[in-house]
Design a protein around this ligand. Structure first.
Ligand code: BG6
Length: 523
């Protein structure tokens, strides 16, 4: 895990945060970073800018090479020219760009072509020799998931990777970074895992969930496990319920081809949302390392009660947006979006009531929701506490009181606030809910690193704490699968509940929480 999240904000550190950080970070070994899908959107938008920023901060070893592989017939020069556009937003000075561009190389080829992989192997050897890289390699799959199996087979067949026998850090090491979605159900995820394991040992596999790279998400662990005051109240005795919201204003954008097959359940719940749930509900790990942290996350995923059969309608709601307004601008309905079937039943919204069946959380519901085209972009976790056991004050005095809540704002307006009742400064007792606020921007005065920057650096350093282990993926699908299957079997009768773009989801989702005498927070 990136040590940046735990830095203190003493003024001298604030004055020069990067210098302090580089002291705390173990330097990454030189390696060759191979990007499959180098002409694609992810490479442009995320990977190259992240690698460039790492290079700019001198966190990328100067001998490290970046080799793009894609179908386009580009030369090294053309690849560099294309990537120059990709780093413009990261503010490259001419000398920084020159240094970075010199590390970029390109091999064109199709993923099915063995000869192209052999050519890639030759290029890697040549580049490694020229730059003095000791054979360490990272393969990043920035391609559609349908290509993953072919890539693994051909990397294996061309002998490009070296299987780690005991230690992933022994030089020369090989690692693979795989983007989500990892499989589309439990069975396909298991098949893909089995195939990946024919070439890479599990300790060489880095499954990305970019949420885990977000500073505020990492801070969930820091907040819980580096402070004494939260842990004693983080359980069924003090907590009434937990709400997790991942709300987006964007629609399906240009991604209908993918999203029609995924829906909100596979796109957000199976990964990002369950990760947030795991971090907020897991037991304290025995150590802060990849094994201990991921062991605890897996345990909590196993404790997640499965929703199936008749529980489905009471505990799970799916929705789909119709046309409406976002910030005053008219937007089309999901079924009117380009590439979406006119009778699509894909979910763009999901709300669930969940139970973590273990000692800590027995009887405490977790209400989670995610949706596209909601009124506001907001990702947050709210721990809502029980009311005071006895009230001294009159009903009138208490009218403005709300339940105590600790709200972890993941994005935007990153921060944490504690909501509690305070006396209104007038004669007599009147109580109103107020917030005690921690705001990331104001407290740290540095721009948080992008999630990809953090995760790529961790992979370069061989730290898998913030990556998803195979048994975690397995448990995530084991939870999500029965819900998707249940919905599919009731498909002919009822599709997703419709909600107007710019509203907080279908009324059925309100009913899901209001049945319990609770309400969704105004995120
Ligand atoms: C991606 C999903 O994993 O996460 C997208 O595929 C979603 O549909 C995105 O919009 C949200 O990420 P972020 O970082 O913008 O919250």
């Amino acid at each position: 895990m990136n040590a940046r999240a735990v830095l203190a904000t003493a003024p001298e550190i604030r004055a020069n945060p990067l210098r302090e950080e580089s002291v705390t970070l173990k330097a990454a070994d030189p390696c060759t970073f191979v990007v499959f899908g180098a002409s694609g959107d992810l490479t442009h938008r995320k990977l190259i800018p992240a690698l460039f920023r790492l290079s700019k901060q001198k966190l990328l070893h100067p001998q490290t090479a970046i080799v793009g592989f894609a179908r386009r017939e580009w030369t090294n020069e053309q690849f560099r020219e294309e990537m120059k556009h990709a780093v413009e937003s990261a503010g490259a000075s001419p000398s920084e760009w020159e240094r970075f561009a010199g590390a970029l190389f390109y091999q064109s080829g199709v993923f099915e072509d063995h000869a192209a992989f052999r050519a890639l192997g030759q290029l890697l050897s040549k580049v490694e020799e020229e730059r003095g890289v000791p054979g360490n390699r990272i393969f990043h799959f920035a391609t559609p998931p349908s290509e993953y199996a072919t890539l693994v087979r051909n990397i294996g067949a061309a002998g490009l990777a070296r299987r780690a026998l005991r230690d992933d850090h022994a030089v020369p090491w090989s690692r693979v970074i795989i983007e989500k979605p990892f499989g589309r159900d439990l069975q396909s995820a298991r098949e893909l895992n089995a195939l990946v394991h024919t070439v890479f040992a599990e300790r060489q596999v880095y499954r990305i969930d970019h949420y885990l790279g977000k500073e505020t998400v990492q801070n969930i662990l820091v907040m819980r496990f580096s402070n004494g005051i939260f842990e004693p109240i983080w359980n069924r005795q003090y907590v009434d319920h937990v709400q997790i919201t991942v709300a987006e204003t964007i629609g399906v954008e240009e991604r209908a081809g993918y999203y029609e097959q995924a829906g909100a359940m596979r796109d957000i719940v199976q990964n990002h949302l369950l990760q947030l749930l795991a971090l907020v509900s897991m037991e304290p790990p025995a150590a802060f390392d990849d094994k201990a942290v991921r062991d605890e996350k897996v345990k909590v995923m196993r404790a997640l009660r499965r929703i199936a059969g008749e529980d489905l309608s009471m505990n799970a709601v799916r929705g789909q947006y119709t046309r409406g307004f976002i910030e005053g601008t008219p937007v089309p309905g999901y079924r009117e979006e380009p590439g979406v079937a006119a009778d699509s039943r894909t979910d763009t919204y999901v709300a669930l009531k969940l139970w973590v069946d273990n000692w800590r959380w027995e009887g405490i519901p977790f209400y989670v929701r995610t949706g596209k085209r909601l009124p506001k972009q907001s990702t947050e976790i709210a721990i809502q506490f029980r009311a005071a056991p006895h009230q001294l004050f009159s009903r009138d005095a208490l009218a403005g009181l709300e339940p105590n809540a600790l709200v972890l704002r993941i994005q935007p307006d990153e921060g944490i606030s504690l909501r509690f009742g305070a006396k209104v400064p007038v004669q007599g007792i009147r109580i109103r809910a107020v917030n005690m606020d921690f705001d990331y921007g104001a407290s740290f005065m540095v721009d948080a690193p992008d999630a990809y920057e953090t995760l790529i650096l961790d992979a370069l350093r061989g730290d898998a704490t913030l990556f998803t282990r195979h048994d975690e993926v397995d448990q995530q699908w084991a939870f999500v699968d029965p819900i998707i299957k249940g919905w599919a079997s009731s498909d002919s009768a009822e599709g997703p509940a419709l909600y107007e773009a710019g509203t907080w989801g279908p009324t059925e989702a309100d009913a899901l929480i209001e049945r319990d005498g609770r309400k969704w927070r105004k995120a």
